[in-house]
Design a protein. Structure first.
Length: 318
């Protein structure tokens, strides 16, 4: 027996076409508002990030031509060369420099964010503005400013002479320390902003309760403040490390080419050695490292949020 038609949705008249469609199917036919809003951004990312990365990945499976260029013969030799001790050493050296820059940036950035969050709320926007003010200038200009500061006739050398130092000026430029200083300076605002967000949201009653229970300032920071703001610290650290390990401008300008990092190696393979397939393999290895770090940071942040929600729920029930 044929089932009766559903009543019209408008309440009067014969049922229209949508009345004959089950609700789930009708919902599927109409795109959600979130999908429509995300469509331009997804199209932009697909066209300018996914497609170029796919082309670079495909290029890594071919050989270098005899006179440069690309020989479209399938091979896995490029990926085997990536793990060669010579290039693996460059990866490790890049990770060491990026790790040192990340450690310094996290310590300095967290202290700055803690100080900004401690001032009266109406003054915090001003300090945040000053923290991100370097972003208003070009990256190259900020890096060249360090060359002016660190060269033998630069500001630091002039200050030493003014203070009475008459010996040979120390070699500050074209050193590993100059590279690390440049990376820290250029990426420090990322850490400040990432750490400021959880510090500003932190409930001050938690620290007051710790002090009321006899906890010292260090104990309160170690047991309350730092654990609750670790997701921001992790986000800032990943930002600095990911951006530093693939950087090639700062090592080239402040290192004078004496410190080969993976970004410089990729640059040289594409523009100097004309070995695009091997450069593509190196670039994909670098992208894989970055994606792994971002996934680990997102996983850790999700677990931390879940733990905080669970602890908050248990405290509420208690």
């Amino acid at each position: 027996m044929r089932p009766p038609l559903p009543p019209p949705r408008g309440g009067k008249g014969p049922p229209d076409f949508l009345d004959l469609i089950p609700i789930p199917m009708a919902v599927r036919l109409v795109p959600s508002r979130s999908t429509v809003l995300m469509a331009p951004a997804l199209a932009w990312l697909t066209a300018l990030m996914v497609v170029p990365c796919a082309l670079v990945l495909a290029l890594a499976f071919f050989r270098r031509g005899i006179y440069g260029g690309v020989d479209y013969t399938f091979t896995l030799e490029n990926f085997a060369n990536v793990v060669d001790p010579l290039y693996a050493g460059i990866f490790l050296n890049s990770a060491r420099i990026a790790g040192l820059a990340t450690l310094i940036a996290v310590v300095v950035g967290y202290a700055a964010a803690y100080a900004i969050a401690a001032v009266p709320r109406h003054r915090q926007p001003l300090y945040l503005f000053l923290a991100v003010l370097p972003f208003w200038s070009n990256y190259l200009i900020r890096t060249y400013a360090w060359i002016v500061l660190l060269n033998r006739e630069g500001l630091l050398t002039q200050l030493l002479r003014w203070a009475g130092y008459a010996g040979e000026p120390p070699s500050l430029l074209y050193t590993e320390g100059a590279v690390v200083a440049g990376l820290v300076y250029n990426y420090l605002p990322f850490v400040v902003l990432a750490c400021y967000a959880p510090l500003a949201r932190l409930n001050p009653e938690l620290r007051e309760a710790s002090r009321d229970l006899g906890g010292s300032a260090f104990t309160t920071f170690r047991r309350i403040t730092l654990p609750l703001t670790l997701p921001g610290v992790a986000a800032g650290a990943v930002f600095v490390f990911v951006l530093s390990i693939g950087n090639f401008v700062t090592p080239a300008l402040l290192g004078g080419g004496r410190f080969q990092m993976i970004g410089n190696l990729v640059y040289d393979q594409f523009l100097a050695a004309n070995d695009w397939p091997f450069g593509a393999a190196l670039a994909m290895a670098l992208i894989a490292i970055m994606m792994l770090l971002l996934m680990l940071q997102a996983f850790a942040a999700t677990r931390a949020e879940g733990r905080q929600s669970r602890d908050g729920g248990e405290a509420g029930h208690g």
